[in-house]
Write a protein that binds this ligand. Structure first.
Ligand code: ZN
Length: 467
């Protein structure tokens, strides 16, 4: 969108948000939902989920008035536009007053919805229902305590060796990459009769009913760049395609939470896609399409996709360091909301935490606090779902393997449907029947715990140290 039309577009977005809000809170609809909610014990199991979740959503919505909804949507659209130029110009002072307004707005909205709970917890319900800032803080403190020493080891290793060029760099014509990425998505289970793979600057997944669209972007010099975005988005898409089509349009036919959604993308991207078994199956197929891979071994490919070292940018971070980027953001956004941290102090505290957690410090705010759009868009409470997704993914894979055996061996044989079927049965088809922590407990036998993820990362680091 051209930069000069931000204002009118923000007004349109605000107007649409207010219209939607008025429909959702129209008295006849509210009365019907309240009436059904009063009969909850008599309803069948499917209707119970749909009525419970619809009631929960409209109970949040009815506490906001249309003017506030409009103002909030406009503010997010405007602040997002300011973020684009502030980041380009490396000018935090341009964004700061807008972030102050966003934080105030989110506090106001949270206070309208429930003045008796912490504002952060009220906002979290939008992304990961049934948890709290305190519960996430406890989980993340455990993770951080274990991750910082792993990153210290990683730094020692990185200092002792030059950054390698990597086996999957070379000449990879985009047309051949399109075929390869399509093959990978299809082999792991994407149903191309009900979706497409296209291109976009920022990869994403979106569903229009049962039509699931994913995007990736290509680098003709690096096979990994598109491939791991494609696998990530395919993981999201497999979840969407695994929802119960008969429940479409109702909460039971919708994904459980952002954290659970992210667990599906991370599981396929990291746990499966970076495994040796995956490359045993796909390397010969890639070699048939790309002459530059003629001399590449499975070992070299596995090394190239698991390289890790502390870095500044979250979206480019490896598996071992990634969660510390998230923990930092979670800690800061929770403090912004409770008022114990001022927006003006963000750049400095960002640099200090990066140094403490990852041992690297950004020279610019563009590579620091300005790198992500989330806060400008009012997405406070969103960041922790990325790490919750990693935690759930490792836990789900461990539970799946206890029943279906080694996914490495299955992948090496090109057999991905056994794992997909397990995920469909234990995660996808339930929609919003259970809250996220309960879904994970039912699927794995234990409440969300970071140990399987820490074990996975420890194994990964030991592998890197061994080569
Ligand atoms: Zn994702």
């Amino acid at each position: 969108m051209p930069g000069g039309v931000v204002e009118p577009r923000a007004r349109q977005i605000g107007a649409l948000a207010a219209v939607l809000h008025e429909h959702q809170t129209a008295p006849p609809f509210l009365d019907l939902v309240d009436e059904l909610a009063a009969q909850l014990p008599q309803l069948g199991p499917h209707a119970v989920v749909d009525v419970r979740e619809t009631k929960r959503r409209i109970d949040r919505e009815r506490r906001l008035d249309a003017a506030l909804v409009r103002e909030r949507s406009m503010l997010h659209a405007q602040a997002r536009a300011v973020w684009i130029t502030a980041r380009r110009d490396d000018d935090f002072s341009a964004l700061a007053p807008w972030l102050v307004r966003v934080v105030h707005m989110e506090r106001r909205v949270a206070a309208c919805i429930d003045p008796n709970r912490e504002a952060y917890d009220v906002l979290l319900d939008n992304y990961e229902l049934g948890t709290s800032g305190a519960a996430i803080a406890a989980l993340f403190a455990e993770l951080r305590g274990a991750l910082v020493p792993l990153v210290d080891r990683l730094r020692a290793r990185a200092a002792a060796r030059p950054q390698s060029v990597g086996a999957l760099r070379g000449s990879f014509p985009v047309e051949a990459q399109r075929r390869f990425n399509q093959l990978v998505a299809e082999t792991i289970g994407f149903d191309f009769s009900k979706g497409r793979l296209d291109e976009a600057v920022h990869p994403f997944t979106t569903s229009i009913g049962n039509d699931v669209r994913i995007t990736t972007r290509y680098d003709p010099q690096d096979l990994r760049y598109a491939l791991y975005s494609t696998i990530h988005e395919t993981g999201h898409a497999l979840y969407e395609q695994g929802l119960d089509p008969a429940a479409w349009g109702t909460p039971r036919g919708e994904s459980c939470s952002l954290g659970v959604h992210e667990s599906q993308s991370r599981l396929w991207e990291n746990q499966v896609g970076r495994s040796r078994g995956f490359w045993q199956h796909f390397l010969p197929r890639a070699q048939a399409m790309f002459p530059d891979l003629a001399d590449t071994s499975v070992d070299a490919a596995v090394r190239a996709v698991n390289e890790a070292r502390p870095s500044l940018i979250r979206t480019e971070a490896d598996e071992i360091t990634y969660n510390l980027h998230i923990i930092l953001r979670f800690e800061l956004e929770r403090q912004l909301l409770d008022g114990s941290l001022d927006v003006a102090a963000l750049p400095q505290i960002w640099r200090e935490r990066m140094r403490d957690y990852l041992g690297v410090t950004p020279d610019t705010d563009r590579d620091g606090v300005l790198q992500d759009v989330h806060w400008a868009c009012g997405d406070i409470g969103y960041f922790p779902t990325y790490t919750l997704g990693n935690v759930y993914a490792a836990q789900l894979l461990r539970a799946a393997e206890a029943q279906i055996g080694s996914t490495e061996e299955l992948a090496a044989a090109g057999e991905f449907t056994v794992l997909l079927d397990w995920l469909r049965q234990h995660v996808h088809r339930h929609g919003q029947t259970h809250r996220p922590a309960e879904l994970i407990r039912l699927a794995t036998g234990t409440a969300p715990t970071p140990q399987p993820l820490l074990d996975h990362l420890e194994r990964k680091l030991s592998f890197l140290e061994s080569i």
